[in-house]
Design a protein around this ligand. Structure first.
Ligand code: ZN
Length: 142
């Protein structure tokens, strides 16, 4: 008997600490943001309270271009949570962003034989609901 994929549990939601609000608020505005150290100017992503270069706790949120090149990827054939059963198999790509940062996010509607290391990609945004927007990658249109 085939499983009824319309009765899956909801996908788990991220539960970030308040210090990450700038990142998640940026996604809601369809902007990819990173922290920029107010002391030495280093960028960091994922968000964290202290600069890894100079240990300053002061920072501002800055918009990134949202473009980069595929560094690596993995294909998930088995969902880590039942809420993802209806999208398997799916790709998760690690992307070297233009600004020298890395971000992992899904790449929907593509298989591993359609992508390659060094492929130009751009971030896109999935509005899950009014409170949550998630990033994913798409090939950059040239
Ligand atoms: Zn710093």
């Amino acid at each position: 008997m085939k499983e009824d994929l319309s009765k899956l549990p909801p996908r788990p939601r991220p539960e970030p600490p308040r210090e990450h609000d700038g990142y998640w608020e940026g996604l809601k505005e369809h902007k990819l943001r990173a922290q920029k150290c107010s002391s030495c100017g280093s960028l960091r992503l994922y968000p964290r309270p202290m600069c890894g270069e100079c240990y300053s706790m002061e920072f501002e949120w800055v918009d990134l271009k949202g473009t980069g090149k595929i560094h690596s990827w993995a294909t998930s054939h088995h969902p880590f949570h039942a809420g993802f059963k209806n999208i398997t198999p799916y790709l998760t790509v690690t992307v070297d962003l233009h600004e020298g940062l890395r971000l992992q996010a899904p790449m929907y509607n593509h298989s591993s034989d359609e992508i390659f290391i060094g492929m130009d990609v751009s971030v896109a945004f999935e509005n899950v609901d009014e409170e949550l927007t998630l990033p994913h990658f798409k090939p950059t249109k040239t």
